[in-house]
Design a protein around this ligand. Sequence first.
Ligand code: HEC
Ligand code: HEC
Ligand code: HEC
Ligand code: HEC
Ligand code: HEC
Length: 217
Amino acid sequence: MAVIFPRWTNSIPLAIGLAGPIVLGSVVFAIWYWGSPKFTDVGYAPTQPVPFSHQLHAGAMAMDCRYCHNAVERGAGSAVPPTATCMNCHSKVLTDSPRLAKVRESWETGKAVEWVRVHMLPDYAFFNHSVHLAAGVGCASCHGRIDQMAVVAQAEPLSMGWCLECHRNPAPHIRPPDVSVTDMEWEPDFSKVDANPPSRTGGRPVVPPEHCSGCHR
Ligand code: HEC
Ligand code: HEC
Ligand code: HEC
Ligand code: HEC
Ligand code: HEC
């Protein structure tokens, strides 16, 4: 009998059987990996347990960001405020609003409100608020116009490329000493080009790290 298929072709079905799931798996992984919020998270605006509005509190009422986010300048974190901060006012204002029921419940039980985290870097990237604020980079450069948001949405990608874009030329974002880092109206001047501008206190030059170990420690 003539040999139509050489002997090695016997293994083709097996190879397809093995490779198929691997290829399919890779495609699924790629879609999951590149399509996951890590890469598309600009605009991420989860629904919060309490309909707290920055537009009202930080915008219309013009409260300073640090009244609630008072840890930003000191530490690496900048945790969301405890219920006690809300109760400074809401023990007197809108005391029976159903929209504040979870805040009152938290106050009575001592259990924190379960705010959903909006901005989050992976563990392998190091970030510290206080250094940026001390250098004169304002909240709006990284978080956008929070004072106009009824629901907080992520304004910037927080990707490595985004961090580096500013680190290579921070000058446009360095505010003059008389402008607060929490001022939401101030606009960066993108015509400025200076990789190491003087720090806003007039002292040493600002030198944001561009080497890997600066952010991956
Ligand atoms: C009255 C208190 C209060 C004030 C004032 C306030 N915030 Fe907030 N902020 C909160 C609370 C509560 C949350 C969590 C719920 C949410 O995301 O809306 C939050 C969340 C945030 C987040 C998102 C945190 C995350 O999970 O990633 C950012 C960024 C933020 N605030 C920035 C600001 C800035 C900038 C200002 C000043 C313009 C400001 N906040 C003023 C209470 C406040
Ligand atoms: C400096 C005072 C003050 C602080 C601090 C404050 N609020 Fe308010 N909040 C107000 C006032 C005043 C209003 C009502 C504005 C209006 O409707 O006239 C309000 C309205 C609200 C509303 C809308 C309620 C409704 O029935 O429409 C929510 C929700 C709310 N605040 C949540 C919070 C949370 C959560 C915190 C803490 C992170 C907080 N507030 C901290 C003063 C404050
Ligand atoms: C240089 C960019 C930058 C500036 C300036 C900046 N932030 Fe952030 N912020 C971030 C990044 C990045 C994260 C996510 C941090 C993480 O996951 O470790 C974050 C997270 C937060 C969070 C989430 C909660 C937490 O504990 O991390 C809050 C609240 C916040 N920022 C408020 C502020 C406020 C208020 C200001 C101004 C006073 C400010 N940020 C200025 C980049 C910035
Ligand atoms: C808008 C400009 C800007 C953005 C965006 C920015 N940075 Fe920076 N970064 C600075 C400036 C300015 C300094 C201060 C350098 C100095 O004081 O010499 C700095 C300093 C640092 C430092 C060194 C200080 C320290 O704590 O050791 C680290 C690390 C850092 N940034 C990480 C990040 C990461 C991670 C991101 C992105 C998630 C980021 N930065 C986004 C401007 C920026
Ligand atoms: C200014 C801060 C900064 C510097 C400098 C930096 N990285 Fe990153 N890197 C980040 C951040 C932030 C992320 C997380 C990005 C994300 O979540 O999308 C990241 C992610 C990564 C990843 C994960 C893959 C990815 O793209 O998400 C690798 C690998 C990496 N960095 C390698 C490096 C190497 C190599 C260098 C030096 C040439 C370097 N990084 C320098 C901030 C930095």
